[in-house]
Structures are given as C-alpha cells and as structure tokens.
Ligand binder design. Sequence first.
Ligand SMILES: *[C@@H]1O[C@H](CO)[C@@H](O)[C@H](O)[C@H]1NC(C)=O
Length: 190
Amino acid sequence: MLKLITSTVLISAATLVIADHTFVLHNQCNYRVNPKIVNVNCGYSPRCDVPGSGGVPNPAVSYTGPQPRTLGVNGDNTNMTVNRDWNGRIFHQTGKCGAKGESCTMAEFNLDTGGPWSQQSYDISNIQGFTMGMKIEVNDGVGPAVTCSNIYCGCLNAYPPGTDFSGCGNDWPVKGTSGGDKIWTVTFCA
Ligand SMILES: *[C@@H]1O[C@H](CO)[C@@H](O)[C@H](O)[C@H]1NC(C)=O
C-alpha cells in the first residue's frame, strides 16, 4: 500500500514538471505593470467548450491558477505556469481595459492545438486599441518573435487598431509554432 502511494506521488510530481507551459512575464516599462492571464471561454472559439456540451467551458483550455503579481519597473519579471491546452490572453490591466483586455493591447494564445505534430498559435492584437508596446517570444527555435512597439508596426507583427480579422489579409499577424510545452516570454513595453 505504502509502495503504491509512493509511486503515485512520484508520477504526479513528474507530470507537474513536464505538463505545462512556462510564461516569463517581463516588464521593460518605466512604470509598474499589472499582468492578467484571462480565458476566452467561450465567445471566441468553439474549442473553448466541452465538445458537445453546447457552451460549457472546457477546463482543459482554461487557466484557473493565481494571477501574476504586479511587476516593478525596468526589467522586473515573474514566471507563471499555464496549462498545456490554454486559450486566452495576457495584457496589462490599467483600468482602461475591460476584464478580458478589451480596449487594450493584448497577447493572444491558442495552445490547445499543441499535440506533438500540430501547431499552436499566437499573436499581438491592437484591434480594440493600442495601449503599449509588446513582444512575444517562444523558446523552441520554430515560432518567430513578434514585436509591436507602435501602431505602425505592421501586419506581420500585430493586428492594427480598428480592423476586423480581414484587416490583415490571411491573418498575417498570427504566428505558429510546434506542438508541446514551451517557454514563452511576453515583454511589456517592447
Ligand atoms: C523563469 O523561467 C526561465 C525559463 O525557464 C528561467 O530561465 C528562469 O530562471 C526562471 N526564473 C525564475 C525566477 O524561476
């Protein structure tokens, strides 16, 4: 009995170590940043629903952990662990932004396609408003970094303000990377 418990504990510990993404949240602003990790369940993607449930949020794609701490100025950073199949956004909550980042610059992620052979995607969106420079990097040498420092950064780096999805043809701002768990870095004031 004791032996069984021991091996169960070992297996869960190993799973915790390997089964999630690391998000390094890095603040290059000369002001404090309040990062938020929010889910987009489910108005945006049917994948956010439990299949066949007619709208019940799928816990596999929802982040339910603690919110990041406030980041100090000029280089402070914190690491967050985010579940493998997460779909959602990261943004700096200023009070100007809605609860899910509406009206503000945001980094968007669809990581629920991250099986061993399928891509997972990410982009910077200023569609509802440009409020700060941002950069997204992924550590696997596959997905390109995207940086948008101002509203003229272009469709290869971010969705500009005021467009709908066709505003940048073929969803150019969206980048893909390989499947599996990654180390992502989101930089505020890039
Ligand atoms: C944050 O994660 C990165 C990437 O794994 C690592 O290099 C760094 O040491 C981590 N920082 C802390 C404070 O754990």
